[in-house]
Design a protein. Structure first.
Length: 364
């Protein structure tokens, strides 16, 4: 029995040695593992096939008046046609994501703004005319509706637990090439100050988002929609691989409020804010806050007696990390909610309550 064990042990050691040598010279033979220790997929076909049928191609048409643009050698013809206008159709491209079996489609607002006709083309070849249910300039999102049956529905991610480095895929109507899929990673989350909308909280990715991709799906390796593709920095700026998407939880909230109220309900303070860091008297630590730079007359802050230069350091007993964070927190509250602020004015610290109102429409 001992000799059998010795024989088995010798062959086990020999096998391990051979495997070690093979892996040393051919490391690609090892299975790729993800961060959780599971084997990384060799293909994302299942994820794409799960969501791609729910991604539509959006085609728009707008009639625009333009100068005739013709030059005539005859002065008489030049006089007759110099100021003549002609109406021409202008076509546009975009994408959308079906979010309900009764025909509701999420897309970006800039795809369907100021257009005369909207058509959507499905994965299975069907084409239908779409109507605009509502739009939200603050997030550049819009909701369309089509009268069609047996529609595939995408799964919108319910949380924003994205991590930098997560694999994502963009699906959309890139340059009219329907259901084009590109792959990349999450480059960053929470991007703002991009002048792409009033309430910016973008996912940044290096997955290629080309013209026509706007409104399409950004999905994870499981096929869940984690974002709605929105914009990219063009190569004319020297940028490469810098694209942006609206997080799925934001898109879900906007869509549900458009369905229920016809608009997005957002609490509004009636003041413009800027970041500030305070060195409080008698303390070594710094304290973040948001400084009021402008008060809108007649708004909630004006009625509460707030002034430019006031610094908001707490809202409902929660510290104010930045102007952007406070603006987003207030926007997520219902109009009519009362918020208690802790404020620094000069060397004084005091509290006051402000009743939020509905944010006025942003210019689209």
């Amino acid at each position: 029995m001992t000799r059998v064990l010795q024989f088995a042990l010798q062959f086990t050691i020999l096998g391990l040695a051979v495997a070690f040598v093979l892996v040393w010279f051919r490391p690609e033979l090892l299975p790729a593992l993800d961060a959780t220790g599971n084997r990384a997929p060799d293909s994302y076909a299942e994820a794409v096939n799960r969501t791609a049928p729910a991604v539509v191609s959006v085609y728009t048409r707008t009639l625009v008046s333009e100068p005739l643009g013709m030059e005539f050698s005859d002065p008489l013809f030049s006089a007759l046609y110099r100021d003549r206008m002609v109406t021409r159709p202008r076509q546009g491209l975009g994408s959308g994501v079906i979010i309900s079996s009764d025909g509701l489609i999420l897309t970006t607002m800039h795809v369907i703004s100021n257009v005369d006709d909207i058509l959507v083309a499905l994965w299975d070849g069907r084409i239908a005319e779409a109507r605009v249910v509502g739009a939200d300039p603050g997030t550049d999102l819009a909701l369309l509706e089509v009268s069609m049956n047996d529609l595939p529905v995408a799964t919108l991610s319910e949380n924003s637990g994205l991590r930098t480095g997560d694999v994502v895929l963009a699906i959309g109507n890139a340059y009219g090439l329907s259901h084009t899929v590109t792959q990349g990673i999450i480059s960053a989350t929470g991007r703002a100050h991009l002048d792409l909308g009033g309430h910016e909280d973008f996912i940044q990715t290096d997955a290629a988002i080309n013209a026509g991709n706007s409104g399409g799906a950004l999905i994870n390796a499981s096929g869940e929609v984690v974002g709605i593709n929105s914009a990219s920095l063009g190569q004319e700026t020297g940028a490469q691989g810098i694209s942006f998407a609206i997080p799925a939880p934001v898109a879900r909230r906007v869509a549900s409020q458009i369905i229920e109220y016809g608009q997005v309900k957002r609490g509004w303070l009636g003041a413009d804010l800027a970041d500030v860091t305070l060195n409080l008297t008698g303390q070594d630590a710094t304290r973040p806050g948001a400084r009021i730079t402008q008060i809108h007359q007649g708004g909630p802050a004006w009625r509460a007696g707030l002034q430019p230069g006031d610094i908001l350091v707490q809202a409902n007993e929660q510290s104010v990390a930045s102007a952007r964070a406070l603006t987003q927190r207030l926007a997520n509250l219902e109009p009519g909610r009362e918020v208690e602020f802790e404020i620094i004015r000069g060397n004084q610290l005091f509290t006051t309550s402000v009743t939020l109102i509905q944010q006025p429409p942003l210019r689209s």
